[in-house]
Design a protein around this ligand. Structure first.
Ligand SMILES: CC(C)(COP(=O)(O)OP(=O)(O)OC[C@H]1O[C@@H](n2cnc3c(N)ncnc32)[C@H](O)[C@@H]1OP(=O)(O)O)[C@@H](O)C(=O)NCCC(=O)NCCS
Length: 188
C-alpha cells in the first residue's frame, strides 16, 4: 500500500523526535563528511550521544525564534533543521541557520529545500529579515544546495572549525533578505 501523503510533512520537532533527529544527523554526517571531518570523529558519532544533546534542547518547548523543524514520513524522521539568533557578534544578519540534515536515502527529493524555506518562514514571522550560516568549505553538495537557494558565499567570512584536533575551514553564506517560503508546501 502506498504511504498516505497526509503522513509526509514538515512540522515543529517534539521530544518524541529526539532519537529520529539524532539518527538523521549521524547518517547524514557519515555519508556527507567522509574525507572532510576526521574519520575518528565520524566513527565515534552515535545516536545515543546525539540524543543526549537533543534531550537538552527542550524540543516542543522551544522559543519561537529558535525553531527546530523535522521532515517526517509517518513516524520516521527523514530530515531536520535548527536555527536561531546569530552566534557570531560580528555577522550583520538577524538569524543563523545552525544545522540542516536530510537522511541520505531521501536526498534530492526537495526535502532539504522545503525544510530550509519553512525555517526561513518561521524566522521571518519572528521579525528576522536576513539569514546566514556556516558550511564546511569542502562540502560541495551543501554549498550547491545553498547556492540553489540563492545564498551568497561570503568570501570574507571564513574561519576554521576545530574538530577532533583538526582545523576544518568553513565559509559563511548569507541572505540579505530572508528567503520566502510562499512556494513551499508543508507536505513532502
Ligand atoms: C545539503 C542537504 C541538506 C540537501 O538536502 P536535499 O533534501 O538533498 O536537497 P534538495 O533535494 O531539497 O535539493 C534542492 C536543490 O539543491 C541543489 N542540490 C542538492 N544536492 C545537490 C547535489 N548533490 N549536487 C548538486 N546540487 C545539489 C539542487 O539544485 C537541488 O535541486 P534539484 O534537485 O531540483 O536540482 C543534504 O544533502 C544533507 O543533509 N547533506 C549532509 C549535511 C549537510 O551538508 N548539511 C548542510 C551543510 S551545514
Amino acid at each position: 500500500m502506498l504511504p498516505d501523503p497526509q503522513d509526509r510533512l514538515i512540522r515543529s520537532a517534539t521530544a518524541k523526535d529526539i532519537a529520529g533527529i539524532a539518527a538523521v544527523h549521524v547518517r547524514a554526517w557519515r555519508s556527507a563528511y567522509a574525507g572532510i571531518v576526521p574519520e575518528a570523529t565520524l566513527e565515534v558519532l552515535n545516536v545515543e550521544r546525539r540524543s543526549q544533546m537533543w534531550a537538552e534542547a527542550r524540543l516542543g518547548k522551544r522559543p519561537a525564534d529558535r525553531p527546530v523543524l523535522v521532515a517526517a514520513v509517518g513516524d520516521i524522521i527523514v530530515g531536520m533543521t535548527a536555527a536561531g539568533p546569530p552566534r557570531d557578534r560580528d555577522m550583520p544578519y538577524d538569524a543563523e541557520l545552525y544545522a540542516i540534515n536530510v537522511d541520505p536515502d531521501y536526498w534530492r527529493q526537495g526535502i532539504g529545500r522545503r525544510l530550509f524555506l519553512h525555517c526561513a518562514e518561521r524566522l521571518s514571522a519572528m521579525g528576522a529579515r536576513s539569514l546566514y550560516l556556516w558550511v564546511f568549505t569542502a562540502n560541495g553538495r551543501g554549498r550547491r544546495f545553498y547556492e540553489s537557494l540563492a545564498g551568497e558565499p561570503l568570501a570574507d567570512s571564513t574561519h576554521d572549525h576545530e574538530m577532533g584536533g583538526t582545523k576544518i575551514p568553513e565559509i559563511a553564506y548569507g541572505w540579505r533578505q530572508m528567503p520566502g517560503a510562499a512556494a513551499a508546501s508543508a507536505r513532502l
